[in-house]
Unconditional design. Structure first.
Length: 664
């Protein structure tokens, strides 16, 4: 990680060398995706629990925004937090928890704001050269949320506090008794509104002050029990339950081509619930061989209500509805690892998952869609000579349609599509050269793929599009050249990366494919017609001159070119992003930090509407008040900047927080 952490350990677990930033939270190692080598930071990055706490990052999206190559975005009309990894969106960068995929089966997206950080040990992110053991659709990388594991006989920690417009409270407890351990957590993160900048100018649907319909409420319960019969073997059963509900603020922009300007959406989501149970294990066969398994069931229930007006009390008009999703994913992952000597390493894995999507509007029958996805992967690390390593990976993926139904509102009947399938091959290689113990160079090339989602293949887009069940997988050729080094007794660390991706078979909307005589409108269709390229570089420096002071800065430049349609712009990714921080710590008594971020302007629509550039500053302080208790407080957006990630959807103005933390 170029901003906060550069020392890389086996299996890509990064930690801080600064004494003031050491993360003592136990990491659930079974949740890590096995990597054959200690690859350089441009390929694997992470944010640990201490860093999330230090910067006050309460959800996964905000935490990952600390890193270079990451763009925080927002789907304004759905009030969803999104990320882009070197230009790739979340359909091409899957989200996992402890190595288990949790993205929404229907469209491949997930709202990262619903995933709080209170029970996490770290968040690991892979860019470009992504282990084939992550599974399918990791075209541009993968995000893995790693939960906690207790290391002592009794651990209790948590926080309770106030923030502008709401409050947060979380409690974690764990016990490690040698061959057995248990970890549990409960949290609530509630916001009735967020305050807007005083520079915001009122619009027809937004007066300013407290952002209308910006509430959210997220509750989570987690439990993990495990048995460790011997060194190297571990068996764990985990359960997670999330309940969320949120509102969607109305459009408050000025784009005359945006339909939301004249026809605002009055949306609320009373349910955004996920429930999962998983069995994870690692069996050490002998000193050089092991077998790891993950068996999981993940359930997603979602309700969206569209109301008539801003009273949110009736659903009588034609655009009003209540849409219900009832989805689940059932899957299994088996991984075999073989060590040859001290360096050479072979990992093979088999994966299978079945995604089931069930949807209907109130008063309609339930339409069911189901896909089965299989993966066979092989990864090998070879020690070519002193300091030079070769990493190779190969995987075969298959996506098969099991069922696809659609409700025809004219005939009042369910219609069924014919089955379809698609194959995809991923292949990759990397060379890593250790110049000495403190300097490394790496170069990689990878061919990665992404299957069309259920929504891509079957959606009518509210009567404006034709389905295309035979969509093929997109594929990208990713190149990466990276350097990682440390100097001055490890107090100064630097990182640099150049990257380039050529994307082919991109799924894009093609207009005027057919004409609907009933409605008198031309219909569009998603087709594999797109070609594009993403390119850029990352630079990062950490400097800790003395134990009490830590500083860091990183810069990312990304350029996205639409080769197929140069007049249509890629959205949500700024050309430049800069982040830096300074922290001072007086032993364990006091810590102070200030950080700043600059983002250049970005396109919000393909026809050229932009969200302007902005610069933000945040600060916080923490004081140890008693043996087990600390008091912290902070200010975000200190200068009350009126800014947007998506045009028409302003972000919070100046806001505050105060927390009482406890750690036994």
């Amino acid at each position: 990680m170029t901003l906060l952490s550069h020392a890389v350990k086996l299996k890509a677990q990064l930690t801080d060398s600064s004494e003031t930033q050491q993360d003592t939270t136990g990491t659930f190692k079974l949740g890590e995706v096995t990597v054959s080598t200690s690859l350089t930071p441009p390929i694997f990055n992470s944010v640990n629990a201490r860093q999330m706490e230090m910067f006050g990052r309460n959800d996964a999206a905000q935490a990952l925004n600390l890193l270079p190559g990451i763009t925080l975005s927002k789907v304004g009309q759905r009030n969803e937090a999104m990320l882009y990894v070197r230009g790739f969106d979340l359909r091409r960068v899957p989200l996992l928890i402890d190595g288990i995929p949790v993205y929404v089966p229907y469209d491949g997206y997930v709202d990262l704001a619903r995933f709080t950080t209170f029970d996490l040990a770290s968040i690991q992110i892979s860019k470009d050269y992504t282990s084939v053991n992550y599974g399918p659709n990791a075209m541009g990388g993968a995000i893995n949320l790693i939960t906690r594991k207790p290391t002592k006989s009794l651990e209790i920690n948590g926080a309770t506090g106030w923030l502008s417009g709401g409050f947060r409270s979380n409690f974690n407890v764990g016990s490690n008794l040698g061959k057995f351990y248990i970890q549990a957590g409960i949290s609530k993160y509630k916001r009735d509104y967020f305050p807007m900048s005083k520079d915001f100018k009122p619009t027809a649907y937004e007066e300013g002050g407290h952002r209308e319909n910006s509430y959210s409420d997220d509750e989570k319960v987690s439990l993990k029990v495990a048995f460790t019969p011997n060194e190297g073997s571990e068996y764990a059963l985990s359960y997670n339950y999330q309940h969320g509900n949120k509102g969607t603020p109305v459009y408050a922009g000025s784009d005359t081509l945006n339909s939301l300007l004249k026809k605002p959406r009055y949306w609320r989501w009373p349910k955004w619930d996920k429930q999962s149970i998983a069995f994870l294990s690692n069996t050490q066969i002998d000193s050089s061989q092991s077998i790891k398994t993950r068996l999981y069931y993940d359930k997603f229930i979602n309700t969206l209500n569209s109301y008539d007006d801003d009273t949110y009390s009736s659903m009588e008009k034609g655009y009003a509805f209540s849409s219900l999703y009832n989805d689940y994913t059932l899957g299994a992952i088996i991984e075999y690892s073989k060590q040859f000597g001290q360096i050479d390493h072979l990992i093979g894995s088999l994966q299978y998952k079945q995604d089931v999507h069930r949807e209907h509007d109130l008063g309609e029958p339930i339409a069911k869609m189901a896909d089965a996805t299989s993966t066979a992967a092989l990864e090998y690390q070879l020690n070519l000579s002193k300091g030079l390593k070769l990493l190779t990976g190969l995987s075969f993926n298959n996506r098969s349609s099991l069922k696809a139904q659609h409700y025809n509102s004219d005939t009042k009947q369910l219609e069924t599509y014919t089955s379809n399938h698609n194959n995809a091959i991923n292949v990759q290689g990397a060379l890593q050269y250790s110049i000495d113990k403190s300097n490394e160079l790496s170069i990689s090339i990878a061919r990665k793929t992404r299957f069309a989602t259920t929504k891509d293949r079957y959606s009518f887009s509210m009567g404006t599009a034709l389905p295309n069940p035979d969509l093929k997988a997109e594929y990208a050729i990713n190149y990466d050249l990276s350097y990682n080094g440390s100097y001055l007794n490890n107090t100064l660390k630097s990182n640099a990366a150049l990257f380039y991706s050529k994307i082919n078979n991109t799924i894009l909307s093609v207009d005027n494919v057919s004409f609907d005589s009933t409605s008198g409108t031309s219909l569009r269709q998603l087709q594999n017609v797109g070609q594009s390229e993403y390119m850029g570089f990352e630079l990062g420096i950490d400097y800790n001159p003395i134990t009490a002071i830590a500083t860091g800065i990183n810069y990312t430049y990304i350029k996205l070119n639409n080769i197929s349609s140069p007049n249509l712009f890629f959205t949500d990714v700024p050309r430049s992003k800069l982040f830096g921080f300074v922290q001072y710590s007086l032993k364990s008594i006091l810590s102070l930090q200030i950080n700043g971020e600059y983002d250049s302007k970005r396109f919000s629509t393909s026809y050229g509407t932009t969200a302007g550039a902005f610069t933000l500053f945040n600060a916080s302080a923490k004081v140890h008040v008693w043996k087990y208790f600390s008091l912290e407080g902070g200010i975000n957006n200190i200068f009350d900047k009126n800014y947007q990630l998506t045009e028409g959807f302003p972000e919070p103005g100046r806001n505050y927080f105060v927390n009482l933390r406890y750690n036994l």
